[in-house]
Design a protein around this ligand. Structure first.
Ligand code: GLA
Length: 633
């Protein structure tokens, strides 16, 4: 399909309609004229910083945290953007009763001691702020935290009576958020979910009297055992409280639901960053698992609401100073998918080789690119993956990733970059600084687990605009048509917590069938009646996608039912709205019908909504195509 560009087939012409059809408000496919992904809080770029968990677990104290903060400044990493210093699990002592105030473990955080015993992190956050840094804290959406349930050592766990040990946010959201933000001056909160996960009435924790039962409302391995609206409501209450207690908007809400409760569909509506998987560990397989959980979700990440495949583990295990190839791959991949860059390493004695990796300014610049476009997969396999990210200045970034332990060859083509095949492409290697050129395609040798990462310049195939798949930061599947959340089978399955006990690792995390850039919702080539589109948006019917328009005049796409649709009986109508008003509508289209050229004039329109509407569809299996979807001048 090389060089196809924006070819319109003269099959039928979409009908332009001036008036709105007056769809009922309760209809989630009705246009709103509003961008609905989360933009409050302080995360227009992926947050960067340091978090205590991967470095120290719950064995934390002020000297370790401040030492790491000082090191981040001393090594020049703060100046490069790493500015959040986040306390993870292990900082609290108890909830004081009867007033419910959370008390800090002053044995570990001496500066938090106050004359009246109330304790305060204000001196701690003041110090960080005076260093030009930001401060982050940790809590749980339930009554108890993860380490309270799962710590094998019990180190630094809350003390006192059963009620005093209930340090999580449940029933205390507003009190605690007021304390952490308004009184103590924190700038970020990570909210975990173990407290609503394991505390069944018959669990050992509850039957032994250690903790009270709560829920459970979430089960990472079972959507059926998860109460999605309940979980969503609990997190939304935290969002409201954060907005209330941060009138300056200087907060980051970090959701830590590990991809459970179908959070990959709704985290973007209320959180600044949202974990897409269970915990990373310093092994290659666990890194792959985390990466895979975010990499097929570029349309679900935007400025203000990022996918979070978990913190960096550079410095430990498979990513330590003896594995610099793996460490570089880890950072390169996280940069390409706009992951928050949270160092999880004891920086106080860090070797220069690791500081140089964390501090690669060219790679940080990709992650922090203001356009906020998560990379899209241009080539996918279990061996090699090629990721391409469109940057604000019109350049592209490309990463070629060897997932395997064996050396491999890979061919990068101009088509992967959506560049003209007969024009020069130049590539600057972001680890070596070397620039090379090619036309059409070029072969590369990759070492074991190596990632080549380049900044690319070429001649864009679509000279006067952008394909929607080149601007995922401005494309939001407000309704992605997923009726029943399905687990995602494409994610690498390493050995997890239970070792090889039990039957093994099932596919996890809802999100399968969500909207995709340059692929169908199930990862196939976009195709309508035998015509393939190597660019476009693939989404299920009964979807509404919001597109922010940065000054373009025309929206064009080739629309139709995807050839992988299993439902042959129903029709789908494609509609385009501009700032809430209907601009164009297709005839109802069925499986097998040739694609229709679809055009809408969008000059002056701020928000475009593209809707694929069908009646009678119940359940998965009805993918539609916005082929070659593009905005142009
Ligand atoms: C969970 C989270 C981790 C970490 C620990 C702390 O496992 O996913 O990132 O915060 O809890 O107990």
């Amino acid at each position: 399909m090389r060089g196809l560009g924006r070819t319109f087939l003269p099959v039928a012409i979409a009908i332009a309609i001036a008036a709105s059809p007056g769809i009922a408000r309760a209809d989630s496919l009705a246009p709103t004229g509003q961008w609905s992904a989360y933009t409050s809080g302080n995360a227009p770029l992926p947050p960067m910083g340091w978090n205590s968990w991967n470095a120290f677990g719950s064995d934390i104290d002020e000297a370790k945290v401040m030492g790491s903060a000082e090191a981040i400044v001393r090594f020049g990493l703060a100046a490069k953007g790493y500015r959040y210093i986040d306390l993870d699990d292990g900082w609290w002592l108890k909830r004081r009763l009867p007033d419910g105030r959370i008390i800090i473990r002053t044995a570990n955080f001496p500066s938090a001691a106050t004359a009246d015993g109330s304790t305060s992190f204000r001196p701690f956050t003041d110090r960080l702020h005076a260093m030009g840094l930001k401060a982050g804290i940790y809590s749980d959406i339930g009554r108890n935290s993860c380490a309270q349930l799962y710590s094998t050592t019990g180190l630094n766990q809350p003390e006192g009576t059963l009620l005093e040990r209930e340090v999580g946010l449940f029933d205390n959201v507003d009190r605690d958020i007021q304390l952490y933000f308004a009184e103590w001056g924190f700038d970020l909160i990570k909210v975990d979910a173990c407290g609503i996960r394991g505390l069944t009435p018959d669990s050992d924790w509850v039957s032994s009297g250690k903790f009270r039962a709560l829920g459970p409302w979430v089960d990472s391995e079972s959507m059926g055992r998860t109460d999605i609206p309940k979980v969503r409501g609990l997190y939304d209450a935290v969002r409201r409280s954060l907005e209330k207690h941060n009138p300056d908007n200087d907060f980051v809400f970090s959701l830590c639901l590990w991809g459970a409760a179908n959070v990959r569909a709704w985290g973007k509506d209320m959180g600044n960053m949202s974990r897409t998987s269970d915990d990373i560990a310093p092994t290659w397989g666990r890194m792959l698992h985390s990466f895979d959980s975010s990499v097929r979700r570029p349309l679900y990440a935007h400025p203000g609401s990022w996918n979070d495949p978990d913190m960096l583990f550079i410095g430990a295990g498979d990513f330590d100073a003896n594995h610099l190839v793996e460490a570089r791959s880890h950072l390169s991949l996280w940069a390409m998918i706009n992951a928050p860059l949270m160092i999880g390493y004891d920086l106080r004695e860090a070797p220069k080789s690791l500081i140089d990796i964390f501090g690669n300014a060219a790679i940080i610049a990709l992650n922090q690119d203001p356009a906020g476009n998560q990379a899209v997969m241009a080539f996918d396999s279990n061996d090699i993956q090629i990721l391409v990210k469109t940057l604000a200045d019109g350049d592209k970034a490309v990463a070629i990733f060897n997932r395997t332990a064996a050396p491999l060859k890979a061919t990068l083509t101009a088509e992967h970059l959506k560049y003209l095949v007969d024009a020069n492409v130049s590539l600057t290697d972001l680890w070596t600084g070397e620039t090379i050129g090619f036309r059409d395609e070029r072969e590369f040798d990759l070492g074991s687990r190596e990632t080549l990462i380049f900044r690319a310049k070429g001649t864009r195939r679509l000279a006067n605009g952008l394909y929607l798949s080149e601007m995922p930061g401005n494309v939001n599947p407000a309704e992605d048509g997923v009726v029943v959340p399905e687990a995602e089978p494409m994610i690498y399955r390493p050995i997890f917590w239970a070792g090889t006990h039990g039957i093994g690792e099932p596919p996890r995390y809802g999100g399968w069938g969500g909207a995709q850039a340059d692929a169908t919702p199930y990862g196939l080539r976009l195709a309508v009646a035998g015509r393939f589109y190597e660019t476009g948006i693939g989404v299920l019917a009964n979807s509404r996608i919001e597109v922010r328009n940065a000054g373009f005049d025309r929206f064009d796409a080739m629309v139709g039912v995807d050839d992988s649709a299993r439902d042959r009986g129903h029709a789908v109508t494609f509609l385009v709205y501009g700032d809430g008003k209907l601009l164009a509508r297709s005839q109802p289209m069925r499986f097998g019908q040739a694609p229709v050229a679809f055009t809408a004039r969008v000059a002056g329109v701020k928000l475009i909504e593209i809707v694929a509407r069908s009646t009678g569809i119940r359940g998965p299996g009805f993918p539609v195509v916005w082929g070659n979807a593009a905005l142009t001048k």
